[in-house]
Design a protein around this ligand. Sequence first.
Ligand SMILES: [Zn+2]
Length: 182
Amino acid sequence: MDGTTLLLDRNRTFAETFDQGDMPAPPKLGTLILTCIDARVDPAHVLGLELGDAVVFRNNGGRLTPAFIDEVTSLAALVAKMTGAAEASFRIVLMEHTKCGAQAFADPEFRAHLQDRTKVDVSSNAITNQEENLIEDVNRLRDAPYLPSSISVAAMLYDVETGLVREILPDRTLADLRDEDG
Ligand SMILES: [Zn+2]
């Protein structure tokens, strides 16, 4: 069985017992997760997510790229429009992991080589030290000018060897983070 046939086969099994066709689009846990594309780090498994629980964004490293900030900014505007609220309110969970391939992007020579050859800039994807990078990324969310203060953020680190997630920063609203910084 080739890979695509396997996936279609698994989907038919999924659809056989599927009974959630009327599920609303907003995530049940009010949560958006940003994590790495690494196949070992699927939040559905690692965090026990059910279908419809959370919005999941993934990129190389699970880091806060300008593209991610744009996505969240437009999502916040969309949620506010759909709910009629003045400001969107949801939780962002940043989850990086140990033994991440994006640690290779920390090498300036490799980054420069990639940019020369492909014009792709991966500087904001680089993992240098997961705990420090998570704190930097929380601060970048805090400083993103168009993100509503009612959004909250938490940071976690997943260990690919033990399967355990460790909390790096507990859930805080951007309002609290901005007050502290101000
Ligand atoms: Zn990774």
